[in-house]
Write a protein that binds this ligand. Structure first.
Ligand code: SAH
Length: 422
């Protein structure tokens, strides 16, 4: 049917928590808003994609239909536990209701366009959305553990200088169905040999920039009727949108990871431009608020960039910075991508950096690089983004200018050596 978008009506319940949004799949007639929920207007009769609804929203929807709310439990279980997308197979639901559901609702899962498997068992799926947009989802098996890395946006608007998703520019937020659809598909693809034990919102995009949909989707990940993950096993990773972090605390209690990457504002301003808006001290204060009254720690991610942020001095600065913050540190060896100016720190350098943190009593692990032979490692996810931020074309122009300068230099150099040899 061409380009699809959706109307999103988040539902607020009395305790102030956000519950599922009703999303109505529609052929788009208007533009999509850059940061907020997707918007479109159409008069065509539409079907509700039940993948967009969490338990509360689905109960409310059944009540609106004049049906009993317990059908929501049945349907959720069919969809997420039994992976059933055909209403006729939902045998504990009466025939009349099934017929009604078929008429007004659907269960639409994103499509897998390409699957890649790494030598180390990591699997990456490229999911096809509308209009040439594609997102990536990665499954990382590790012993009994199976971690799924889920995307929250098509592209990313943050422009962190060391991340290849940033190069792609930004198109839009993902709907709840598109976020939870990644989990649904991954579960289907890995079962029955493996199971999903952990989910990290560390794929493409900044999850706090798509807070409403991400919170609803994470609720489904933790629902006993769906993926049954505990709050310790669902982690949201953010570059640090401070006000959204406070809102997250009010809406959810998932584990928190923060992309720090530098021990001072001067350097972080360069690596994570969002820091210019929410500098380190504000971010750390928000992190403390997030885990206040809880024994959990915030995981600080720190990408190891050769000669940029990896010296002993940086390590000591980081120790001082994190004093008094309930923190764990996750060092991530930089994963290179074409045309990047950064290099991965050497293993001895990473070990020396880690040793300084550990001696100061900071729990520090170095993340093992997984799936880099299929570009599935941190920061290598690119999908395909119908860029609306013009970042791709600006980067292409920049590359062209660099190439031209390099070519001009080569010509000059050629002239020089020619003259010299004369
Ligand atoms: N926007 C969110 C989540 C996406 S990125 C965030 O910033 O946290 C997940 C993690 O991978 C982040 O810590 C990110 O900074 C890191 N990362 C990005 N590019 C990387 C690269 N090229 N090598 C290693 N880690 C990278």
């Amino acid at each position: 049917m061409g380009f699809q978008a959706s109307i999103q009506l988040p539902v607020w319940i009395s305790d102030g928590k956000l519950t599922g949004g009703f999303v109505i799949e529609k052929p788009i007639l208007t533009q999509i808003s850059a940061n907020g929920p997707l918007l479109s207007v159409s008069s065509a009769p539409e079907k509700l994609n039940l993948l967009d609804l969490d338990r509360k929203a689905m109960e409310a929807w059944f009540v609106d239909l004049g049906e009993k709310p317990f059908h929501a439990r049945q349907v959720l279980k069919w969809i997420h536990k039994h992976q059933v997308t055909d209403f006729d197979a939902m045998t504990d639901i009466g025939k009349a209701l099934r017929a009604k559901l078929k008429e007004i609702a659907c269960i639409e899962i994103p499509e897998i366009a390409v699957e890649q498997a790494s030598e180390d068992g990591t699997r990456k799926w490229l999911m096809e959305l509308e209009c040439g947009n594609r997102i990536e989802t990665v499954f990382i098996p590790d012993g009994d553990r199976g971690t799924l890395c889920v995307s929250s946006q098509v592209g990313c608007a943050l422009d962190c200088t060391f991340c290849s998703t940033a190069r792609q520019g930004f198109n839009r937020n993902l709907s709840v169905a598109e976020i939870i659809g990644q989990v649904w598909l991954a579960k289907r693809e890995i079962s029955p040999e493996r199971s999903l034990t952990n989910i990290v919102m560390m794929g493409m995009g900044e999850p706090l920039a798509n807070l409403e949909n991400v919170v609803i989707a994470m609720g489904i990940m933790m629902d006993d009727l769906a993926y049954e993950l505990s709050k310790r096993r669902v982690t949201l990773s953010t570059a640090g949108i401070v006000p959204a972090l406070d809102r997250l605390k009010a809406l959810s209690d998932v584990s928190l990871a923060v992309s720090l990457h530098a021990p001072n504002d001067e350097l972080r301003d360069q690596l994570v431009p969002l820091n210019r808006k929410y500098p380190i001290q504000e971010l750390l204060a928000a992190c403390k608020r997030y885990v206040a009254g809880d024994r959990r720690k915030v995981t600080f991610e720190y990408v190891m960039l050769d000669g940029v942020n990896d010296s002993d001095r940086h390590a000591r600065q980081l120790v001082r910075l994190l004093q008094g913050v309930p923190a764990k540190v996750n060092l991530i060896p930089f994963n290179p991508f074409p045309l990047t100016r950064f290099k991965r720190s050497s293993t001895p350098r990473i070990e020396a950096f880690q040793a300084i943190l550990m001696r100061a009593g900071l729990i520090t692990i170095t993340r093992r690089t997984r799936g880099d032979d299929i570009d599935a490692a941190c920061g290598q996810l690119v999908g395909r983004v119908a860029d609306r931020s013009r970042r791709q074309s600006r980067a292409a122009e920049r590359n062209l200018r660099n190439l031209e300068t390099a070519a001009a230099k080569t010509v000059e150099l050629g002239k020089y050596s020619f003259q010299r040899s004369k």
